[in-house]
Design a protein around this ligand. Structure first.
Ligand code: GDP
Length: 512
C-alpha cells in the first residue's frame, strides 16, 4: 500500500535493538523490566519513571536499548499475528529455583517461530534454592544450549531483586545487537508498528508507536491501521514532548481520528488526501478478508501459503492430553516430511488448545492438531474469527493419515482438459520439409500452439495429439482465432483427412 523506497547500504545507519521479555508466570518478567528501568533512568528526567507508554528506552554502556513493556509472549505473538514483527531480541526469564515450566516452553517456541535471538536470564539467583545448572540442563532439552556448555545461547544469572547481573544482561543485549547488525534508514518517511492504543476522554485517541525506519515528526500525516491523522503532539517514554523520533524509538502520539490496534502498521504519508484514499481501500480490504475467513482454511490452502524456496512448509502445533502423546504425535508428524514438503512441529504441549496456541498458529500459518483435548471456548472463537484450522483426533493414526493424504494430494497435481476452440481441416498438404500440414480454418474459439487436439471424424475421435507447429502464412504464431486460416502440424498423427475437425484444448493443473 505504501510506496516502497529501497534503502541502499549508504543510507542505512545502525539502530538500537528492540527487546521483549518472556517467560513463565511469576518467574520475574515484570520485576526484571522494572529493575532495568529504574536502574537505568536518571532521576532528573522530566516526568520521571511513572510514564507507561508500552515501551521504553534505557541506556547501557552508552547505547540505547528499547524494551517493549508488555511482558509475556501472548502480547508479542498477538502483534505478530497482525503482521507486525517489532522485536529483535527475546530475553527469556527462567526462575533459578523453579526451572523450565510450560509457559517457558511456549515462550521459547513463540520466540523461535518469530526468528528472534534468545538471551536467557536465569532469575532469582539471590534465593538459596537457586540452581542455575538445572535450568541450563533443562534448556538443552528444548534446543537451547548455553555458551559455557558449547552452545550459542547466552545465559546470564541475574536477580531482579538485588540487581545482580543486570548490567551484564544489558551488555549481552548490546553484544547480540552487534551480531545482528541492526540498521535502518532515518532519512525517509517514518514507518513502524503500533504497540498500544487507547482512547483518552479529554485527548482522544492516543497510540504508542515504534518507529522502525525513517523519522516521525510532529505535523506528519500518518496512517495507522485504518486510522488517519496528523501528529499533533508526540511524547517520549519519559513523558517529554518531542518533535521527532527516529528508528527504534517508541513515542506516544495524539492526533489520530480513530484508535488503531496493537500490531497495526503505521506509516507517514506525503499528502492527506492520498492517506484517506488508502484508508478507504484498507477498510474495504479488511471486510473482504473477514469474508474470506468465513470459509474454513483447508490443508491444501495452507500448504500453498508457505513456501520456502522450492520447499513447502507445514508448521504444526500439537496439543495432547499427556506428554507421551505430545511426543509420539510430534515425532510421527515430523516424519511425514519429504523432499518437497517439510512438516515442522513448532510447538507441542500438554493441555487444552488455548488462545495463545491460536495466536501462534495465526502468526506462523500453522495448523493445530489436538489429541484427546478440546479448544477452550475463547480459543475456539478466535480460531473461527482468524481462520485458524484446529483438527481434533482421538487416534494418532487418523491424524497421520489425514495429513499424509493432504500432502500427497498436493504433490500429485490433477490435470484437466480445457477446450479452447474448434478447427476444420480444409486441405491436407504433404510438404517434404515439415511433413503433413493441415490447412485449416478456425470455426470458433481459438487454437493455441502449446495445446493439443482431438481429431474428430464422423463423430468419432480418431486421434489425440499435440500440436507441433502452428503457422499463418510463413509465420509461426502462438494462437489463431476464429475466422482465420492456419497451417497445423501434429507431433505423431499424420493420417489427417480433409473435413476432419480438430477440437483444440489445453491441459491445466488443478486442485479440488
Ligand atoms: P512475572 O509474572 O514473570 O511478571 O513475575 P513478577 O515480576 O511479578 O515476579 C513474581 C514474584 O517473584 C514476585 O513476588 C517478585 O517479587 C518475585 N521475584 C521476581 N524476581 C525476583 C528475584 O530476582 N528474586 C527473588 N527473591 N524474588 C523475585
Amino acid at each position: 500500500l505504501f510506496e516502497e523506497v529501497e534503502d541502499t547500504e549508504e543510507n542505512l545507519q545502525p539502530r538500537s535493538p528492540v527487546v521483549v521479555v518472556m517467560g513463565h508466570v511469576d518467574h520475574g518478567k515484570t520485576s526484571l523490566l522494572d529493575r532495568i528501568r529504574h536502574a537505568n533512568v536518571t532521576s532528573g528526567e522530566a516526568g520521571g519513571i511513572t510514564q507507561h507508554i508500552g515501551a521504553y528506552r534505557v541506556k547501557a554502556g552508552g547505547r540505547d536499548i528499547t524494551f517493549l513493556d508488555t511482558p509475556g509472549h501472548e502480547a508479542f505473538t498477538a502483534m505478530r499475528a497482525r503482521g507486525a514483527l517489532a522485536t529483535d531480541i527475546a530475553i527469556l526469564v527462567v526462575a533459578a529455583d523453579d526451572g523450565i515450566m510450560p509457559q517457558t516452553v511456549e515462550a521459547i517456541n513463540h520466540a523461535k517461530a518469530a526468528n528472534l535471538s534468545i538471551i536467557v536470564a536465569i532469575n532469582k539467583m539471590d534465593k538459596p534454592t537457586a540452581n542455575p545448572d538445572k535450568v541450563k540442563q533443562e534448556l538443552t532439552e528444548h534446543g537451547l544450549v548455553c555458551e559455557e556448555w558449547g552452545g550459542d545461547v547466552i545465559c546470564v544469572p541475574v536477580s531482579a531483586k538485588t540487581g545482580e547481573g543486570i548490567d551484564e544482561l544489558l551488555e549481552m543485549v548490546n553484544l547480540t545487537a552487534d551480531v545482528l547488525e541492526l540498521k535502518a534508514n532515518p532519512d525517509r518517511l517514518a514507518k513502524g508498528v503500533v504497540i498500544e492504543a487507547r482512547i483518552d476522554k479529554g485527548r482522544g485517541p492516543i497510540a504508542t508507536v515504534l518507529v522502525q525506519s525513517g523519522t516521525l515528526h510532529t505535523g506528519d500525516t500518518i496512517i495507522a491501521g485504518t486510522a488517519v491523522g496528523r501528529v499533533r503532539v508526540m511524547r517520549d517514554d519519559k513523558g517529554k514532548a518531542v518533535k521527532e523520533a527516529g528508528p527504534s524509538v517508541p513515542v506516544e502520539i495524539m492526533g489520530l481520528a480513530e484508535v488503531p490496534s496493537a500490531g497495526d502498521d503505521f506509516a507517514a504519508v506525503e499528502d492527506e488526501k492520498l492517506a484517506r484514499e488508502l484508508v478507504e481501500k484498507r477498510k474495504f480490504d479488511a471486510k473482504e478478508e473477514q469474508f474470506k475467513l468465513y470459509k474454513k482454511v483447508s490443508l491444501d490452502n495452507l500448504f500453498s501459503q508457505i513456501e520456502e524456496g522450492s520447499m513447502k512448509k507445514l508448521p504444526i502445533i500439537v496439543k495432547a492430553d499427556v506428554q507421551g502423546s505430545v511426543e509420539a504425535v510430534s515425532q510421527s508428524l515430523s516424519k511425514l516430511s519429504n523432499e518437497e514438503v517439510k512438516v515442522e512441529v513448532i510447538h507441542g504441549a500438554v493441555g487444552a488448545v488455548t488462545e495463545s496456541d491460536v495466536m501462534l498458529a495465526k502468526a506462523s500459518g500453522a495448523i493445530i492438531v489436538g489429541f484427546n483435548v478440546r479448544p477452550n471456548p475463547a480459543a475456539a472463537d478466535n480460531a473461527k474469527r482468524d481462520g485458524v484450522d484446529i483438527r481434533l483426533y482421538r487416534v494418532i493414526y487418523d491424524a497421520i493419515e489425514e495429513i499424509e493424504t493432504a500432502m500427497k494430494g498436493m504433490l500429485a497435481p490433477k490435470y484437466r482438459e480445457v477446450d479452447t476452440g474448434r478447427v476444420e481441416v480444409r486441405q491436407v498438404m504433404k510438404l517434404s520439409s515439415v511433413g503433413v500440414v493441415a490447412g485449416s480454418y478456425v470455426l470458433d474459439g481459438k487454437v493455441q500452439r502449446n495445446g493439443e487436439v482431438r481429431v474428430v471424424r464422423d463423430g468419432i475421435i480418431v486421434a489425440v495429439d499435440k500440436i507441433a507447429g502452428l503457422r499463418r502464412f510463413k509465420d509461426d504464431v502462438k494462437e489463431v482465432a476464429a475466422g482465420y486460416e492456419c497451417g497445423i502440424t501434429l507431433e505423431k498423427f499424420t493420417d489427417i483427412k480433409d473435413g476432419d475437425i480438430f477440437e483444440a484444448f489445453v491441459t491445466e493443473e488443478y486442485r479440488d
